[in-house]
Design a protein around this ligand. Structure first.
Ligand code: FE2
Length: 281
């Protein structure tokens, strides 16, 4: 069995609550997206609509937003249970950290109500002092997971920042699409640098339910398998995301080497050949 056959992958980042953010707009779009995620082996989905941390400064606005998301999520949940009973549809948020001391105490802001919280910085720019913000969040008893660190502007030059984030207590989630160039060559290079350095803790789809866009899970897996990264894949896509649901820290992911050696290139050829034989079977 190859790593790609591993059942029950868990996806911790997507925008599949109907009509609440820039993700899937309507229930049929959510159902289509869930079907597509299931087709690539993802059976547990913690979907994560956008929310601004500063909303918590006005409790009535936060309550109203959380109610809106809860209602839409419940509608989708009931439909998914009826149509795709094999898929577990859970929720959290992708919290835009737009202030230095975010209040993340409402469990609905966090991933499936655990201590883990998916966060991002505004406008894909990293403001100064983010390790301090990470430490603050940890001090509040939460575990921040930084969404797609590879996508931030100028990350190609900020080689020390991922280490600083991790030392401050953050965990890092790379997008599948980044590994295959979906967000451009710089994001791709940074994504691989994180994987090669064993700094990524999770891989996720960040799927917005677009009917014309791919999920990129299969492509990313093929690339990683060609580099001999089966163990890393299992940890990044199955073991570590599943540990979130148990409120457990991720296991250390081994570094994956660049595809430079003859042995690895041969391995890549074998993996590709196996894949094409599987497809023809
Ligand atoms: Fe996202």
């Amino acid at each position: 069995m190859t790593a790609s056959d591993t059942p029950s992958l868990v996806d911790i980042h997507s925008h599949l609550v109907p009509g609440v953010d820039d993700g899937a707009r309507h229930l049929p779009g959510v159902l289509n997206a869930i079907e597509r995620l299931a087709q690539v082996g993802i059976r547990r989905v913690i979907t994560t609509p956008h929310i601004d941390a500063s909303l918590a400064l006005t409790p009535t606005r936060l309550a109203s937003r959380l109610d809106e998301v809860s209602k839409a999520w419940q509608t989708a949940h009931d439909a998914i249970q009826a149509e795709f009973p094999q898929v577990e549809y859970l929720r959290g948020h992708e919290v835009l950290v737009d202030l230095p001391e975010p209040d993340l105490s409402d469990p609905r802001l966090r991933l499936a109500g655990t201590s883990f919280v998916l966060i991002e910085w505004p406008r894909l720019h990293v403001p100064p002092g983010t390790p301090r913000v990470v430490r603050y969040i940890c001090d509040q008893g939460h575990r921040p997971v930084i969404a797609h660190p590879e996508r931030y502007s100028g990350m190609i030059r900020k080689t020390e920042l991922p280490r600083q984030w991790k030392e401050a207590g953050a965990l890092l989630q790379v997008n599948y699409g980044s590994l295959v160039g979906r967000y451009g060559s710089e994001a791709q290079a940074v994504a691989w640098r994180l994987i090669e350095g064993g700094q990524a803790d999770y891989l996720a789809s960040d799927f917005h339910g677009q009917s014309r866009l791919r999920i990129y899970k299969r492509e990313a897996w093929t690339e990683l398998e060609e580099r001999g990264g089966e163990e890393a894949l299992d940890l990044l896509c199955r073991v570590n995301p599943a540990r979130i649901l148990e409120d457990l820290e991720p296991l250390t992911v081994p570094s994956v080497s660049a595809p430079s050696s003859l042995l690895q290139r041969l391995r890549g050829i074998i993996v590709r050949r196996e894949r094409s034989m599987e497809r023809q079977a």
